[in-house]
Design a protein around this ligand. Structure first.
Ligand code: ADP
Length: 618
C-alpha cells in the first residue's frame, strides 16, 4: 500500500513555483474584470484603513486641543464615513473574491473529472480511488482557500505595512524609528515560527491524508473486513492513524499557541515605547497628542498583517503542492487516444481477428503523471519492458460474425486481458486486432466501443432505479423499448413483482437483488445496447436450477446474431460455443469445439475432468 500512498507523502515541488502560479492564473483569467474590481476595492479599503488614524489625530489636535467643536464634529463624522466606506468596500471585495475562488474551483473540479473520464484503464490500475477523489475534494479546497484569501490579502497586507511605516515616518521619524526597534524582534519570531510551523503543518496534512486513505480502504473493503472478522485489526489501524493525526495537530497547535501571544507581546512592547517616549515628546512639546494617538492606532494595525502573512505562507505552500498534484492529473495524457484523422468505424457485421497479438501490462512507474508532459513511455521502463513476460504471447484467432467463442483456462491465463484488448482498454505492444477487417487502432475509440456491450461478472449496477440501470445500455431507449428488452431476457417477470416495479431503487452494486436477478438486469442492459460484439464474463457463483434455465434462455436471446466472447465457467455455455479457445500462460494452447477438444485428450480434457465437469454437476 505504501507504493501508492501518494497523497501528501511528499510536498517537494517538481515544478517551478512560477509555472504553478502561472497555470493557476489560467483559471482566474475568465474573471479578470471582476478581479480588477476586487483589486481596486482592495486599494480603496486599504487607503481608508490608513486614513482613519489620521482623522483621529486631526480630531484631537484640531478639535480637542484647539477646543473647536465644529472641527471635532467634522472629524468624527468623517471618521464614521471612512470606516463605513471601508467596511462596505470590504464586503464587496470579500464576496467577489469568494465568488471568483468558488467559480475557479468549480472549473478545476470539472476539468479533473472530465480528465478522469478520458484516462485509460492503465491509469486506474495504478491510482487509488481515494487519492483520485482527494484531487477533486481536498486539493481543490486548498486551492480555493488560496485563490480566495491568499492572493488579495497578501497584496493588501504588504500595502498596509508599507503604508503604516511611511505614515509613521512622515509624522515623526524619530519616534517611528524608535518604535520600529520591535521590528527585528518581530522578524526573528516570525522566522523561528515559520521554520517550525511549515514542518508541523506538513506533518498534519500527511497525517490527515493517511487517515483518509486508511478510512477509505476499510470502508471500501467492509465486506471482506467483516467476513474475515478483521474488525479488530481495522480498529487498531484506524486508531493508529487517528492518533498520529491528533499528535501532529496538537504539535502544530502548541506552536501556534506560542506564536500568537508572542506577536501580541511584541506589539505591547511597541505600544509601551510609543506611550513612554512619545508621551515624553508630547510633554516636551515636540509632538502633538493627536499624533501620539495616531501612532498608537497605526501600531495597533501593524501587527495583524504580519501575523496574517506568516499564516499565509503555509497556505501558499499547501496550495502550491495541491496545485501541482492537480496539474499532474490535468497534464496526464490518456495512454490510448484516437490517432490524428481517425474516422469512426461504421456499424460492423461482427467478424473479429487477432493477428500475432502480444501484450504486457505497464509497470506502475510507467504510468507517469504529467510533470514531463509525456505518459506511458518512460525510456528506462521501455528498455526494461523486454524483460517482462508477456501476458499474451502471439495470440491469433479468427471469429466469423455471429459466432460464440468460449475462452477457458486457469485463472491468470490471460482471458480477461484478451477481451480487454478487444475493447481497446489496453493496446497490444505488437500485432493487430481487426473488426470486419479494419484495424481497431486506426479508427476512433468511441466507435469501437459503441459496437460492443459488456456483461461483467460483478454486473456493475448503479445506485438508481432499475429502469435507469437498464437505460445505461442505450441512453435514448424509451420505456417501452426497455420493457420489451426485459421481456425478452425474462427479467420483466421479477421486476414487476418488485415493490415499485421498474422504478425500484437498486443499491449500489445491486446488493439487494439475487445473483440471478443482477445477471438478468445486466443481460437486458446489454441487449438494449444491441451490440455487434458481446463480451461476457460469466459469473462463477452458481445460481439455483430454475434461474439457471432462465439464464440460459436469456443468454440464448442475447447471443443470437452477435459475435460473442465469453469467459466461460459453465459447461452448458462451453458446449454451445462455436469455438472453444483454451488459454494457458498467455498462449492459446488449443482450439476447437467441446467434442473435438475432448477427443484430443489434451489441455482441455484435463481442465474438463479437473474442474468443469465437477462444477457443472454440483
Ligand atoms: P484470467 O482472466 O485468465 O484469469 P487475466 O487476463 O486477468 O487472466 O490475467 C493475466 C495475467 O495478467 C495475470 O498474471 C495477471 O496477474 C496479470 N494482470 C491482469 N490484470 C492486470 C493489470 N491490470 N495490471 C497488471 N497485470 C495484470
Amino acid at each position: 500500500m505504501s507504493r501508492h500512498m501518494r497523497v501528501y507523502d511528499d510536498e517537494k515541488l517538481e515544478r517551478p513555483i512560477t509555472e504553478t502560479l502561472g497555470r493557476l492564473l489560467e483559471f482566474i483569467r475568465p474573471y479578470s474584470r471582476r478581479m480588477v474590481g476586487v483589486l481596486i476595492l482592495m486599494l480603496l479599503t486599504t487607503a481608508a484603513m490608513l486614513v482613519s488614524p489620521v482623522l483621529v489625530q486631526k480630531a484631537i489636535d484640531e478639535g480637542l486641543v484647539a477646543a473647536d467643536y465644529d472641527a471635532l464634529l467634522l472629524y468624527s463624522i468623517l471618521y464614521m464615513a471612512v470606516n463605513l466606506a471601508e467596511k462596505v468596500g470590504l464586503r464587496f471585495q470579500l464576496f467577489n473574491m469568494v465568488w471568483i475562488g468558488q467559480n475557479a474551483v468549480m472549473e478545476i473540479r470539472r476539468r479533473i473529472f472530465y480528465k478522469y473520464l478520458d484516462l485509460s484503464m492503465s491509469y486506474y490500475d495504478h491510482h487509488r480511488v481515494g487519492d483520485m477523489m482527494a484531487r477533486i475534494t481536498e486539493d481543490s479546497n486548498a486551492l480555493q482557500n488560496f485563490v480566495t484569501w491568499a492572493v488579495v490579502n497578501t497584496i493588501a497586507n504588504v500595502l498596509t505595512l508599507v503604508g503604516i511605516i511611511a505614515a509613521m515616518l512622515l509624522y515623526d521619524w524619530a519616534l517611528a524609528l524608535l518604535t520600529l526597534i520591535v521590528m527585528p524582534m518581530m522578524i526573528a519570531l516570525t522566522i523561528w515560527w515559520r521554520r517550525r510551523a511549515a514542518e508541523k503543518y506538513r506533518a498534519v496534512r500527511k497525517a490527515v491524508g493517511k487517515l483518509s486513505a486508511t478510512l477509505q480502504e476499510s470502508l471500501a473493503g467492509m465486506r471482506v473486513v467483516q467476513a474475515f472478522v478483521r474488525e479488530y485489526r481495522e480498529r487498531v489501524r484506524f486508531r493508529e492513524a487517528a492518533t498520529d493525526e491528533l499528535k501532529a495537530s496538537l504539535a502544530a497547535d502548541r506552536l501556534a499557541s506560542m506564536f500568537f501571544p508572542g506577536v501580541d507581546l511584541i506589539s505591547y512592547i511597541g505600544m509601551a515605547i510609543v506611550v513612554g517616549f512619545g508621551g515624553m515628546r508630547v510633554l516636551e512639546g515636540q509632538l502633538s497628542a493627536g499624533t501620539l494617538a495616531a501612532f498608537l492606532l497605526f501600531l495597533n494595525r501593524f501587527f495583524n498583517p504580519i501575523r496574517d502573512l506568516a499564516m499565509r505562507m503555509d497556505q501558499l505552500q499547501a496550495a502550491a503542492a495541491a496545485t501541482e498534484r492537480i496539474l499532474n492529473v490535468l497534464d496526464t495524457e490518456p495512454e490510448i487516444k484516437d490517432k490524428p484523422g481517425a474516422k469512426p468505424l461504421p456499424r460492423i457485421k461482427g467478424s473479429v481477428e487477432m493477428r500475432d497479438v502480444s501484450f504486457h501490462y505497464s509497470r506502475p512507474e510507467a504510468i507517469r503523471e504529467g510533470a514531463d508532459g509525456k505518459n506511458g513511455s518512460h525510456p528506462s521502463v521501455a528498455a526494461e519492458a523486454d524483460e517482462m513476460t508477456d501476458v499474451l504471447q502471439d495470440v491469433s484467432l479468427k471469429v466469423e460474425p455471429g459466432q460464440t467463442v468460449a475462452l477457458v483456462g486457469h485463472t491468470g491465463a490471460g482471458k480477461s486481458t484478451l477481451v480487454r484488448l478487444l475493447g481497446r482498454f489496453y493496446e497490444p505492444q505488437s500485432g493487430q486486432i481487426l473488426f470486419d477487417g479494419v484495424d481497431i487502432s486506426t479508427v476512433t475509440l468511441k466507435s469501437v466501443r459503441d459496437q460492443m456491450a459488456w456483461v461483467p461478472q460483478d454486473t456493475g449496477l448503479f445506485a438508481t432505479t432499475i429502469r435507469e440501470n437498464l437505460r445505461y445500455g442505450r441512453l435514448d431507449a424509451t420505456d417501452e423499448e426497455i420493457e420489451a428488452a426485459a421481456r425478452e431476457t425474462g427479467a420483466h417477470d421479477f421486476i414487476v413483482k418488485l415493490p415499485k416495479g421498474y422504478d425500484t431503487e437498486v443499491e449500489e452494486g445491486g446488493s439487494r437483488l439475487s445473483t440471478g436477478q443482477r445477471q438478468l438486469i445486466s443481460f437486458t442492459r446489454a441487449l438494449l445496447a444491441d451490440p455487434a460484439i458481446l463480451v461476457l464474463d460469466e459469473a462463477t457463483s452458481s445460481v439455483d436450477t430454475i434461474t439457471e434455465l432462465q439464464m440460459q434462455a436469456a443468454l440464448e436471446k442475447l447471443l443470437s446474431g452477435r459475435t460473442a466472447f465469453i469467459i466461460a465457467h459453465r459447461l452448458s455455455t462451453i458446449i454451445r460455443a462455436d469455438q472453444v479457445i483454451v488459454m494457458d500462460h498467455g498462449k492459446i494452447v488449443e482450439r476447437g469445439t467441446h467434442e473435438e477438444l475432448l477427443a484430443a485428450r489434451g489441455h482441455y480434457y484435463r481442465l474438463y475432468t479437473a474442474q468443469l465437469r465437477g462444477s457443472f454437476e454440483n
